[in-house]
Design a protein around this ligand. Structure first.
Ligand code: FES
Ligand SMILES: [Fe+2]
Length: 421
């Protein structure tokens, strides 16, 4: 293999000759790389999660969110259809919706009162005919040429995705083998329980790698190992889509198989501490609601979406890049529309397992921020990603593997039009 040289207008960067088993630290810090990602990845041939159908249940409901840096609006039209448009007026670029959620009859720009229907078509431009024969828009002005920029929209099991690209494959084809993991959890109409938004002072890719990284799960997270929700000795597996873009892992608690290897290793792991006890163990009470014994399933779609089932805590996570050194992570907790009060209470109690201050997930953002600090200016150094082997296939379905991370960097380099070696 040879080094791949990545050129920008101002500089040349070199990807290590080992290819996707190494990540140079400039990829987490470089502003030109970040700018190119907006075009190649966030406006490229990928579907991006924008919300749940349950967040905009009625005609006129809207939600503002982002795809990459770009603010977009998800709307529900009078006929029940869903639309996603760029949150930027076609006149002179003012942001149209500022609230996170709302209900409107039309999308109205406060600057000069241009208004749009819920599909994003321009319906009215103030004073377009001028006044008393003066001013106004030219005779060839046509409302239909000045709508909001529209994205393609598709839904699956109550999740709403959008893409800027006309060449992104249909959503179900794009999701490939992880569609079954989504269907397993989202099997009934949903009800939103709440939100939690977390600012992470790290590059978005550091967080995206984290839920693809099954190696760390039972090591970094003390709570998982100590209280038995997820341990390496339990039955577990990985499902990686054939493109390598999307992945999910699952573990079945209570399926420990004795092994001398495991006993020897856990004596070195901080995460397995039999001396720790909870004063109130109610957070550990969970119900096998899907009937397959899976206690934890973490599913990630490229490049910015996570769906988790941790016991009975269900949530989506949306990753929004905020410059090379920061990102927002938006957690949306939900249950099913037909949950009884006791089930909802159980989900809300277990919501404390994850989220910005979650018993399990608090360490993830901390590690991403420590990695970003250690990367410093990114001029030197590279990571080493050979757990499970050196190829896109090696590691198989084992959780003691970085196969899903190697596959991420392979796809990333292809999307960026860099040589993927
Ligand atoms: S910028 Fe929106 S109406 Fe002028
Ligand atoms: Fe984690």
């Amino acid at each position: 293999m040879s080094e791949s040289v990545v050129s920008f207008h101002s500089k040349k960067r070199v990807w290590p000759s080992e290819g996707f088993t190494r990540t140079p630290y400039w990829v987490y810090t470089d502003a030109d790389v970040y700018a190119q990602e907006q075009t190649q990845i966030f406006r490229g041939d990928n579907w991006h999660y924008v919300g749940l159908e349950a967040e905009v249940p009625a005609a006129g409901n809207y939600k503002t969110t982002s795809i990459g840096e770009q603010s977009v609006i998800l709307t529900r039209d009078e006929d029940g259809s869903l639309h996603v448009v760029v949150n930027r007026c076609a006149h002179r670029g003012n942001m149209i919706c500022r609230d996170a959620f709302g209900t409107v009859k039309k999308l109205y720009c406060v600057y000069h009162a241009w208004s749009y229907n819920l599909q994003g078509d321009l319906a009215h431009a103030a004073f377009s005919k001028g006044l008393r024969g003066e001013g106004g828009l030219p005779g060839d002005f046509d409302l239909k040429n000045h709508g909001l920029q529209k994205l393609r929209v598709a839904t699956f099991c109550g999740l709403v995705f959008a893409t800027f690209s006309n060449t992104t494959p249909p959503l179900l084809d794009w999701l490939g083998d992880v569609a079954q993991g989504i269907q397993r959890v989202l099997k009934k109409p949903l009800r939103v329980l709440g939100y939690d938004t977390q600012k992470i002072h790290a590059n978005w890719k550091a967080y995206h790698e984290n839920p693809r990284d099954s190696y760390h799960a039972n090591i970094l997270h003390t709570f998982y190992g100590t209280f038995g929700l997820s341990r390496q000795s339990q039955e577990s597996s990985m499902v990686l889509d054939k493109t390598g873009k999307h992945v999910y892992f699952y573990t079945k608690s209570g399926t420990e198989k004795p092994s001398a290897d495991f006993d020897k290793t856990t004596t070195d792991l901080r995460s397995h501490n039999d001396n720790m006890k909870l004063e109130d163990p109610s957070i550990l009470k969970w119900r096998d609601e899907f009937g397959d014994g899976v206690s934890v399933q973490i599913l990630t779609t490229y490049p910015s979406f996570v769906l988790h089932q941790i016991a009975n805590s269900l949530a989506t996570r949306q990753l929004i890049p905020r410059g090379p050194h920061a990102c927002d992570l938006v957690w949306t907790y939900f249950g099913f529309a037909d949950d009884d009060a006791e089930t909802t209470r159980m989900r809300l109690t277990q919501a404390n397992l994850a989220g910005s201050a979650g018993m399990i997930s608090v360490e993830d953002a901390a590690v991403c921020e420590m990695m970003q600090k250690a990367a410093a200016d990114g001029q030197t150094g590279q990571s080493f990603i050979e757990m499970g082997g050196k190829t896109l296939e090696s590691g198989g379905t084992s959780k003691l593997s970085e196969r899903a991370i190697r596959n991420f960097w392979y796809n990333y380099q292809r999307d960026m039009n860099w040589d993927a070696t």
